[in-house]
Design a protein around this ligand. Sequence first.
Ligand code: ASC
Length: 150
Amino acid sequence: MKVVVSLVLAASALALSVPASAQFAKPEDAIKYRQSALFVMSQHFGRIGAMVNGRVPFDAKAAADNADIVATMAQLPWAAFGPGTDKGNTKAKPEIWAEQAKFKEHSDKLIAETGKLAVAAKTGNLDTLKTAFGSTAGSCKACHDAFRAQ
Ligand code: ASC
Protein backbone atom coordinates (compact mmCIF):
# COMPACT_ATOMS: atom_id res chain seq x y z
CA MET A 1 0.00 0.00 0.00
CA LYS A 2 2.79 2.40 0.95
CA VAL A 3 4.51 1.63 -2.34
CA VAL A 4 1.35 2.41 -4.29
CA VAL A 5 0.94 5.71 -2.44
CA SER A 6 4.57 6.61 -3.11
CA LEU A 7 4.21 5.77 -6.79
CA VAL A 8 1.08 7.88 -7.10
CA LEU A 9 2.78 10.80 -5.35
CA ALA A 10 5.87 10.44 -7.54
CA ALA A 11 3.74 10.35 -10.69
CA SER A 12 1.81 13.47 -9.70
CA ALA A 13 5.01 15.32 -8.82
CA LEU A 14 6.38 14.40 -12.24
CA ALA A 15 3.22 15.51 -14.01
CA LEU A 16 3.33 18.85 -12.19
CA SER A 17 6.97 19.44 -13.07
CA VAL A 18 6.48 18.90 -16.83
CA PRO A 19 6.32 22.27 -18.63
CA ALA A 20 2.76 23.22 -19.44
CA SER A 21 3.48 23.20 -23.17
CA ALA A 22 4.33 19.52 -22.92
CA GLN A 23 0.88 18.72 -21.57
CA PHE A 24 -0.61 18.69 -25.07
CA ALA A 25 -0.30 15.60 -27.20
CA LYS A 26 0.05 17.65 -30.37
CA PRO A 27 0.24 21.32 -31.42
CA GLU A 28 -3.33 21.21 -32.80
CA ASP A 29 -4.54 20.21 -29.33
CA ALA A 30 -2.83 23.24 -27.77
CA ILE A 31 -4.38 25.52 -30.42
CA LYS A 32 -7.83 24.03 -29.90
CA TYR A 33 -7.41 24.26 -26.12
CA ARG A 34 -6.49 27.96 -26.06
CA GLN A 35 -9.23 28.84 -28.56
CA SER A 36 -11.74 26.92 -26.45
CA ALA A 37 -10.67 28.63 -23.23
CA LEU A 38 -10.87 32.05 -24.91
CA PHE A 39 -14.27 31.17 -26.42
CA VAL A 40 -15.75 30.09 -23.08
CA MET A 41 -14.30 33.23 -21.49
CA SER A 42 -15.86 35.44 -24.19
CA GLN A 43 -19.27 33.80 -23.74
CA HIS A 44 -19.34 34.55 -20.03
CA PHE A 45 -17.80 37.99 -20.49
CA GLY A 46 -20.48 38.71 -23.10
CA ARG A 47 -23.23 37.83 -20.60
CA ILE A 48 -21.83 40.47 -18.24
CA GLY A 49 -21.55 42.85 -21.19
CA ALA A 50 -25.24 42.39 -21.96
CA MET A 51 -26.09 43.56 -18.42
CA VAL A 52 -23.56 46.37 -18.43
CA ASN A 53 -24.91 47.65 -21.74
CA GLY A 54 -28.53 47.33 -20.61
CA ARG A 55 -29.44 44.66 -23.16
CA VAL A 56 -30.57 42.36 -20.36
CA PRO A 57 -31.62 43.33 -16.81
CA PHE A 58 -28.84 43.48 -14.21
CA ASP A 59 -28.75 40.31 -12.12
CA ALA A 60 -26.03 40.64 -9.49
CA LYS A 61 -25.80 36.91 -8.78
CA ALA A 62 -25.53 36.00 -12.48
CA ALA A 63 -22.93 38.73 -12.99
CA ALA A 64 -20.83 37.45 -10.08
CA ASP A 65 -21.08 33.84 -11.28
CA ASN A 66 -20.09 34.84 -14.83
CA ALA A 67 -17.21 37.00 -13.59
CA ASP A 68 -15.82 34.10 -11.54
CA ILE A 69 -15.86 31.93 -14.65
CA VAL A 70 -14.16 34.68 -16.68
CA ALA A 71 -11.45 35.06 -14.02
CA THR A 72 -10.84 31.30 -13.97
CA MET A 73 -10.80 30.97 -17.76
CA ALA A 74 -8.41 33.92 -18.07
CA GLN A 75 -5.68 31.84 -16.46
CA LEU A 76 -5.85 28.99 -18.94
CA PRO A 77 -4.96 29.96 -22.53
CA TRP A 78 -1.35 31.04 -21.96
CA ALA A 79 0.22 27.64 -21.31
CA ALA A 80 -1.09 26.60 -24.72
CA PHE A 81 1.03 29.14 -26.61
CA GLY A 82 4.11 26.93 -26.39
CA PRO A 83 6.83 26.41 -29.00
CA GLY A 84 5.58 24.90 -32.25
CA THR A 85 1.99 26.10 -31.79
CA ASP A 86 2.42 29.14 -34.05
CA LYS A 87 1.31 27.36 -37.24
CA GLY A 88 -2.05 25.88 -38.13
CA ASN A 89 -5.65 26.95 -37.58
CA THR A 90 -4.73 30.05 -35.61
CA LYS A 91 -4.88 33.84 -35.76
CA ALA A 92 -2.00 34.06 -33.30
CA LYS A 93 0.68 36.36 -34.71
CA PRO A 94 4.37 35.35 -34.79
CA GLU A 95 5.01 38.32 -32.47
CA ILE A 96 3.66 36.22 -29.59
CA TRP A 97 6.78 34.03 -29.80
CA ALA A 98 9.12 36.84 -30.85
CA GLU A 99 8.04 39.18 -28.03
CA GLN A 100 7.25 36.78 -25.21
CA ALA A 101 7.81 39.28 -22.40
CA LYS A 102 5.35 41.71 -23.97
CA PHE A 103 2.81 38.93 -24.54
CA LYS A 104 3.16 37.87 -20.90
CA GLU A 105 2.55 41.46 -19.78
CA HIS A 106 -0.76 41.32 -21.63
CA SER A 107 -1.79 37.94 -20.22
CA ASP A 108 -0.78 39.01 -16.69
CA LYS A 109 -2.81 42.18 -17.15
CA LEU A 110 -5.86 40.18 -18.23
CA ILE A 111 -5.54 37.89 -15.21
CA ALA A 112 -5.31 40.96 -12.94
CA GLU A 113 -8.25 42.75 -14.61
CA THR A 114 -10.49 39.70 -14.54
CA GLY A 115 -9.62 39.21 -10.87
CA LYS A 116 -10.78 42.79 -10.27
CA LEU A 117 -13.88 42.10 -12.37
CA ALA A 118 -14.80 39.19 -10.10
CA VAL A 119 -14.34 41.38 -7.00
CA ALA A 120 -16.35 44.20 -8.60
CA ALA A 121 -19.16 41.83 -9.53
CA LYS A 122 -19.43 40.64 -5.93
CA THR A 123 -20.17 44.20 -4.73
CA GLY A 124 -23.54 43.96 -6.50
CA ASN A 125 -23.07 47.55 -7.67
CA LEU A 126 -23.70 48.00 -11.40
CA ASP A 127 -21.51 51.10 -11.76
CA THR A 128 -18.57 49.35 -10.10
CA LEU A 129 -19.12 46.42 -12.44
CA LYS A 130 -19.29 48.72 -15.47
CA THR A 131 -15.90 50.25 -14.65
CA ALA A 132 -14.24 46.84 -14.20
CA PHE A 133 -15.92 45.53 -17.34
CA GLY A 134 -14.51 48.46 -19.33
CA SER A 135 -10.96 47.88 -18.05
CA THR A 136 -11.18 44.17 -18.77
CA ALA A 137 -12.49 44.75 -22.29
CA GLY A 138 -9.62 47.19 -22.83
CA SER A 139 -7.19 44.47 -21.85
CA CYS A 140 -8.77 41.98 -24.29
CA LYS A 141 -8.61 44.55 -27.06
CA ALA A 142 -5.03 45.68 -26.44
CA CYS A 143 -3.74 42.12 -26.70
CA HIS A 144 -5.87 41.38 -29.78
CA ASP A 145 -4.62 44.55 -31.49
CA ALA A 146 -1.00 43.59 -30.85
CA PHE A 147 -1.05 39.81 -31.19
CA ARG A 148 -4.11 38.56 -33.08
CA ALA A 149 -4.37 38.64 -36.87
CA GLN A 150 -7.61 39.97 -38.38
C1 ASC B 1 -15.56 40.12 -25.82
C2 ASC B 1 -14.83 39.34 -26.72
C3 ASC B 1 -13.65 39.93 -26.92
C4 ASC B 1 -13.56 41.15 -26.11
C5 ASC B 1 -13.19 42.35 -26.88
C6 ASC B 1 -13.16 43.56 -25.99
O1 ASC B 1 -16.67 39.87 -25.36
O2 ASC B 1 -15.20 38.21 -27.28
O3 ASC B 1 -12.69 39.52 -27.70
O4 ASC B 1 -14.84 41.24 -25.48
O5 ASC B 1 -14.09 42.57 -27.90
O6 ASC B 1 -12.74 44.68 -26.70
